[in-house]
Design a protein around this ligand. Structure first.
Ligand code: NAP
Length: 294
């Protein structure tokens, strides 16, 4: 079998186009221009690239980007007061604090300081609790993107045997909650799971999010399964260069499974598109407007 490639670039471009149209209508019909504040503390090169890409995407979608760049020496109190100012700024509908933060700052405290209505990353305990309780919430962007990618293969995820590898607050746990909300039968695997290969072989839908390059091998996968590979791992490539691979051995997996996301070009672009969608949803909720049906 040769797997169908789930083309995250094309699927995310389509979603971004729809978000851009929704932003245009909001501006034209309601005079509302959604705004996203992206806060970066310090000079982590990877974070700088992520932040630049997010702000560019926000502007391209017709929204306002409020970039806030602070030195690595910023104190927790200084960052908390910036968050308070963004919370009360009516032009700012979404606040994203790029992680990781320097070690003198407690990321949990900072996330808890964000107004839950502006928590477009979906990391605030209020939104986490609402998602776990099955109530509408702002949902983390990466798992939201994974669900949308899986639904390009399966119109319904109900009844599927889903395995999520990884239990982080950013990906694994919210991923499992979203799959449960879709009525999948969900197993969460992690570093202490015994016989991970056997657990994976049960999966109709496998979401790999552990940050271990190509750990999942072709013979761990059920023939015809759908694989969503969240992993982003930099490994040595040809000629002294590096290359990016996922958590699944793509060459092996694509001979067995029914559909698979590539790395890069799968989950990554969807994450940004979902961030834009969350920002528009947050803006609509704050203005008492119906959310766009996207
Ligand atoms: P994380 O916080 O490091 O969590 C990794 C999880 O994987 C942990 O729950 C860990 O288990 C589990 N794990 C580690 N080694 C394992 C093994 N050998 N077998 C089974 N489980 C194992 O990572 P994360 O933030 O969730 O990110 C995961 C990956 O996704 C990374 O490669 C990251 O770069 C990528 N990512 C991509 C996007 C995107 O937009 N595409 C967004 C976010 C993250 P324990 O809990 O037992 O330690």
């Amino acid at each position: 079998m040769t797997a169908r490639i789930i083309d995250g670039k094309t699927i995310s471009a389509d979603l971004r186009g729809k978000v851009t149209d929704a932003v245009h209508r909001l501006r034209r019909d309601r005079g509302v221009v959604p705004g996203l504040a992206v806060v970066l503390v310090g000079e982590n090169p990877a974070s700088e690239v992520y932040v630049r890409n997010k702000s560019k995407a926000v502007t391209e979608a017709g929204m306002q980007a409020f970039d806030r760049k602070l030195p690595a020496s910023t104190s927790e109190a200084e960052l908390t007061s910036l968050i308070a100012a963004l919370n009360s700024n009516e032009q700012v509908n979404g606040i994203l604090v790029q992680l990781p933060l320097p070690k003198q700052i407690d990321a949990h405290k900072i996330i808890a300081a964000i107004d839950p209505a502006k928590d477009v990353d979906g990391f605030h305990p209020y939104n986490v609790g609402r998602l776990a309780s099955g109530f509408p919430a702002l949902v983390p962007c990466t798992p939201m993107g994974c669900i949308r990618l899986a639904k390009t293969v399966h119109s319904s995820l109900a009844g599927l045997e889903a395995v999520v590898i990884g239990r982080s607050n950013i990906v694994g746990k919210p991923m499992a909650q979203l799959l449960l909300a879709e009525n999948a039968t969900v197993t969460i695997a992690h570093s202490k799971t015994v016989d991970l290969a056997a657990v994976c072989r049960r999966a109709d839908l496998l979401v790999a999010a552990m940050g271990r390059p190509e750990l999942v091998r072709g013979d761990w996968l059920k023939p015809g399964a759908t694989v969503i590979d969240v992993g982003i791992n930099r490994v040595p490539g040809d000629g002294g260069k590096s290359r990016i691979v996922g958590d699944v051995n793509f060459a092996e997996a694509s001979k067995t499974v029914g559909a698979i996301t590539p790395v890069p070009g799968g989950v990554g672009p969807m994450t940004i598109a979902c961030l834009l969608l969350n920002t528009v949803r947050a803006a609509c909720a704050q203005k008492g407007l119906p959310a766009p049906g996207l």
